[in-house]
Design a binder for this molecule. Sequence first.
Ligand SMILES: Cc1cc2nc3c(=O)[nH]c(=O)nc-3n(C[C@H](O)[C@H](O)[C@H](O)COP(=O)(O)O)c2cc1C
Length: 221
Amino acid sequence: MTRRALSSSSVVLAIVLALVAAAGSAFAQSLAPISLPAPMMDGGKPLMSALKARASAREFSGDPLPSQTLSNLLWAAWGINRPDGRRTAPSASNKQEIDIYVTLPGGAYVWDAKANVLNPVAAGDHRADTGTQPFPATAALNLVYVADMTKAGRPATDPQQMLNVGANAGFIAENVYLFCASEGLATVVRASVPKDVLAKALQLRDTQVIVLAQTVGFPKK
Ligand SMILES: Cc1cc2nc3c(=O)[nH]c(=O)nc-3n(C[C@H](O)[C@H](O)[C@H](O)COP(=O)(O)O)c2cc1C
């Protein structure tokens, strides 16, 4: 093939890829936001019983979570629990740099804690993109804890900053563990995440860092 033919075929390929990307993004936009019911902040097991039951599990049934349970789960994880906007988990200097992305069979969403809405990010089933192990694809959902380094105060190159970001995500993950223990749900937090694949699937910006993922679902029957 001549150099000219090669370069024109590269142009055609670039156009095709751009059209595919545009179609993908238009499709994501056609996913509707999911408004969740107000979280129920009462009930559940006593704290000591939930601590007694807390454990990692890696076998899930594919049954979806009822929307009330999903709302309660997200509120327990990282919901607003005070009038000044502070949350159920602490964050260094109250920077609140973590966003929770949720991969459901029908699409990937980012949770707006204030509005209690799941805003569409990408259409399609991205559960498998959250893990290097097979089970994330089989559970009701995966949570992905993503740090927005523009909010964190110091850059990702600062080791203390990255320790803080890891700790902040860890608190959220433990809230999810305790909620799941209380509700009889199965969960496991995961660092084994194909970060490049997932960042692309979730259309993350360069200033966003994937910290951890956490699979949640009903236990396998
Ligand atoms: C930071 C962190 C990363 C983890 N990453 C993974 C993971 O990628 N895959 C996995 O199956 N479990 C992962 N786990 C779960 C641990 O393997 C689990 O907590 C440990 O074996 C103790 O079991 P337990 O949680 O039931 O007490 C992770 C846990 C933590 C705290």
